[in-house]
Design a protein around this ligand. Structure first.
Ligand code: MRU
Length: 340
């Protein structure tokens, strides 16, 4: 399954808002369509957002390739600005824009350079996730009961997935696993997407409400927690879907190892610590309504942070394509990025 592809001048992606009931592709012919798809979470997950951003620039490059270099660059800059304004937390999106723009700016043929760099980002994501799945699978044992949050599967990346990719890789190696998937309020990526991917793979999955996690850790023999990341700061502090921080604290209380799985492209060496990670706040309507029905009085205030930050001290290891990084993270992260 390919979550997102560049076909000619069209960016084609699975509309994740329709899952699990319907698998429908959307075809974006312009930047605005891609920006809308990102904002409404038709495409989501940090690595997939990096690829979507890169493809938005590739598409602009292809459409304007016949124009003089200066005009191509100014069209690319318009696309960059629009996509950068969609979602702030997932650093893959912002680093992909920067990478493609830098290549375009330093090349005499910016359109071709942008196109090539975008494809490289896509291919690197495939390869990084495949490798991190293998490193992570070594940590899983036959019989493990794994709790995960949000969706970190093939749908959240170019393919393979991160935390879910680790689980799938271990399963394909013959390890018997059970998975508890948090439903992940308010947009239910765990219930709708993670459970769907695991069912396709034949891996036993039980969906729980986010607030059941402590009870399930206590009573259902959870042996590992594995989650993804939207941005990892230079000191290992990790932003991920809202609710991740609570899971990490609960895992510590229950002495359950807590792993983050992410490609190196999710590490932001320019952000020194979690305090400096921008957290996206989304609209109140995502919480106010359930199945189209109002569940919060109009007069009540609503707070809807899409992410939280887990301090590095709660993280047992960060699973990457370069291996499993362990504390002290300043050092292991620096070494991994240098070796890239
Ligand atoms: O709001 P979303 O669905 O884009 O949030 C996604 C997550 O928080 C994932 O855990 C993270 O991006 C890692 S995906 C491999």
């Amino acid at each position: 399954m390919r979550t997102i592809e560049l076909k000619g001048e069209k960016v084609v992606m699975i509309d994740q808002t329709l899952l699990p009931e319907e698998v429908r592709l959307i075809e974006c012919a312009d930047t605005e369509c891609i920006a809308e798809a990102i904002e409404s979470l038709r495409i989501r997950g940090a690595p997939a957002l990096g690829v979507a951003a890169a493809f938005a620039l590739a598409q602009t490059a292809l459409k304007n390739a016949h124009k003089p270099a200066q005009e191509v660059l100014s069209e690319l800059e318009k696309t960059r600005r629009r996509i950068a304004a969609t979602r702030p937390t997932a650093v893959n999106l912002h680093l992909a824009l920067e990478r493609v723009m830098n290549r375009a700016r330093e090349s005499p043929s910016p359109a071709e350079a942008a196109y090539r760099e975008a494809l490289r980002i896509y291919e690197e994501d495939l390869e990084a996730n495949r490798r991190l799945g293998e490193h992570g699978a070594e940590l899983l044992e036959d019989g493990d009961v794994v709790l995960t949050h949000c969706n970190t599967g093939a749908l959240a990346t170019a393919s393979y997935g991160t935390a879910l990719g680790v689980i799938v890789t271990a399963w394909r190696q013959g390890k018997r696993l059970r998975v508890f998937a948090d439903e992940t309020r308010p947009l239910l990526q765990g219930a709708r997407l993670t459970a769907w991917e695991l069912v396709q793979e034949g891996i036993p999955v039980t969906v729980i409400t986010d607030s059941s996690a402590g009870y399930v850790m206590r009573t259902r023999g959870v042996t590992k927690v594995i989650v993804g990341a939207d941005r990892i700061a230079a000191n290992g502090d990790t932003a991920n879907k809202i609710g991740t921080y609570s899971l990490a604290v609960l895992a510590r209380e229950h002495r359950i190892p807590f792993y983050v799985a992410a490609p190196l492209s999710t590490i932001d060496p320019e952000t020194p610590d979690g305090e400096r990670i921008p957290v996206e706040y989304r609209g109140r309507e995502e919480i106010e309504f359930f199945n189209g029905r109002r569940i919060v009085p109009r007069e009540a205030e609503v707070l809807n942070p899409a992410f939280d930050v887990t301090p590095a001290r709660y993280i047992t290891g960060i699973i990457t394509e370069a291996g499993v990084l362990t504390p002290p993270y300043e050092e292991s992260i620096r070494r991994a990025l240098e070796g890239r």
